[in-house]
Design a protein around this ligand. Structure first.
Ligand SMILES: Nc1nc2c(c(=O)[nH]1)N[C@H]1C(S)=C(S)[C@@H](COP(=O)(O)O)O[C@H]1N2
Ligand SMILES: [Mo]
Length: 519
């Protein structure tokens, strides 16, 4: 029967082995991040595996992460993956102590999975296999050394002088490896978060001035504190995409390919696209994931070229009814061909946003913007290809993941102020917000206070039918709790749908209701 003492010693050895494994795992990750930094940007195992997770998680998991963490959902995913990797690495340490090479074998499985993930990404270069491979080699060597030292230390009698030496060797080497891994990981993060060469190229880029600018009529902006500005500043514009790291696309090597069901395959450079003539368009962009009252909506002055001008160069064939736009990172959106060729609809390839080149996170150097269609079926960022095709033969990224193939933006309205989370003093105040009905325009916005009569709000002068309008209603707020509701009617006389429906499969409906406490 093993004594208490040997039992305790066994558990101590297992704990040390787990630590050695976790440290070796950190070294694995750090080595691959460093190699990724120089040899194959974007092929970091964590990012590559994370991207595979993003592409394969069920819809409810994605919605849960966004609901819980908002724009931090990516950080949450990467932290979870890193934590999982360290736990697995600790297990590899214990395995390696139990039997030589078994821990290394576990590292090999992880490395192979990471190589598979990195090399199958849409943007993968020829060296994408290198970072995970380098990580595996360095991580396994460290694992072998640390567990070897641990064996020698635990194999000797505790009191023997040799044990003290082996113990010190193990502890010193484990600490050094751990600290080096943490330093390298932090360094790699800082280096990849710092201003990239593409950010510098963007900063130097001067776009030609537009042939026409957005005309902002008098009264387009209501002077109400707390209301959404007519044009959302780039820094505040919502961001939604599947990219764990922002794709770096150099305009000098950027090409747009137009192919598929066309008379002539067309390839355009960035300068050729700019040469087609740029105009400015005020368009409200909306995400299908926007809950009623949510903030995944924004308006910008987009600078761009009509998509129909580019399609005209390629001459779509009869029978085509969809354009599959593709991003450098593999995302794709299926847009009705008719929405892109319709001369009354300003579907554009945008290069500028609110007077600047597109920010990197918003699709630099070229993205699509189509008024009236949710972003996932139209607004492809980091655009590289337009494939003229059919709905019968092709699908955009989100269609097999539970969202409709076609998704016009639903008429909606939002209360910006007063806000649930701010206290309000009794007395005269203003209830205000925004409303949108792209392509049609807003006819009326009504507000209901505490279940009373619906009251007409004042509307701002619309910039265009594709732009949201602001609305406001003066209110003499009395002390106590109040319920505020809003609903809009479009210029075709259609009232905003009252029934609450979820965002999937084609956008939320319902009237926003908020509760405010006055006094
Ligand atoms: N390459 C790429 N483009 C994309 C997406 C994406 O995941 N990848 N998401 C789309 C979605 S769902 C929306 S709502 C808009 C959001 O654009 P924004 O991030 O500039 O606001 O981009 C669209 N374009
Ligand atoms: Mo979206």
């Amino acid at each position: 029967m093993p004594s208490k003492r040997t039992n305790r010693a066994r558990w101590a050895a297992i704990a040390w082995a787990a630590l050695a494994g976790a440290v070796s795992g950190a070294v694995f990750l750090a080595a691959s991040e460093l190699v990724a930094l120089v040899a194959a940007p974007g092929a970091s195992p964590l990012l590559a595996v994370g991207s595979v997770v993003v592409d394969t998680v069920p819809r409810w998991a994605k919605e849960f992460a966004i609901a819980l963490f908002g724009s931090n959902d990516k950080l949450f995913l990467l932290s979870t993956l890193a934590a999982g990797a360290l736990v697995a690495a600790a297990a590899a340490g214990v395995l390696e102590l139990w039997r030589r090479w078994t821990g290394v074998a576990l590292f090999a499985v992880a490395g192979a999975a990471a190589v598979a993930a990195a090399t199958t990404r849409a943007a993968a270069g020829g060296l994408a296999f290198l970072p995970p491979l380098a990580g595996f080699v360095v991580g396994s060597v460290v694992l072998g050394i640390l567990v070897g030292l641990l064996r020698r230390w635990r194999g000797t009698v505790d009191a023997a002088p040799a044990a003290a030496v082996d113990r010190r060797r193990f502890l010193v080497l484990t600490s050094i490896a751990g600290l080096a891994a943490v330093a390298a990981l932090a360094g790699a993060r800082i280096a990849s978060a710092g201003p990239s060469s593409i950010a510098a190229i963007r900063a130097r880029l001067r776009l030609p001035s537009p042939g026409s600018r957005v005309a902002v009529p008098a009264g387009a902006e209501l002077p109400v504190r707390g209301i959404s500005p007519l044009f959302t500043p780039n820094a505040d514009f919502y961001r939604v995409d599947t990219a764990l790291s922002v794709p770096a696309v150099d305009p000098a090597s950027w090409r747009l390919v137009v192919d598929g069901l066309v008379e002539k395959r067309v390839e355009l450079t960035f300068d050729e696209l700019l040469g087609m003539g740029l105009d400015e368009y005020a368009i409200t962009l909306t995400c299908v994931s926007n809950e009623v009252g949510g903030d995944l909506v924004g308006t910008a002055r987009w600078l761009g070229v009509p998509v129909r001008d580019v399609l005209a160069l390629a001459r779509p064939r009869r029978g085509a009814d969809m354009v599959l736009s593709r991003s450098i990172d593999g995302f794709s959106a299926g847009t009705p061909l008719s929405a892109l060729t319709d001369a009354r609809r300003a579907a554009i390839l945008a290069v500028g946003m609110n007077g600047e080149p597109l920010p990197l996170e918003h699709g630099f150097p070229v993205r699509m913007v189509v008024p009236g269609l949710y972003g996932y079926v139209s607004a492809t960022k980091w655009l590289t290809r337009l494939k003229v095709t059919t709905f019968a033969g092709d699908q955009g990224y989100w269609t097999p993941r539970g969202y409709s193939a076609k998704a016009p933006i639903k008429l909606s309205s939002r209360i910006d102020t007063p806000r649930v989370d701010r206290s309000l003093a009794p007395g005269p105040t203003v209830i205000a917000g925004v409303a949108w009905a792209q392509g049609v325009g807003i006819h009326r916005v009504e507000v209901q206070i505490d279940g009373g009569a619906w009251q007409d709000a004042k509307l701002s002068t619309p910039v265009s039918a594709d732009t949201w309008v602001q609305w406001s209603l003066p209110w003499d707020a009395t002390a106590g709790g109040h319920t505020l509701s809003v609903r809009a009617t479009d210029r075709d006389g259609r009232l905003q749908e009252q029934r609450r429906t979820p965002i999937a499969p084609d956008g939320s409906t319902g009237w926003q209701q908020t509760f405010v406490r006055v006094g």
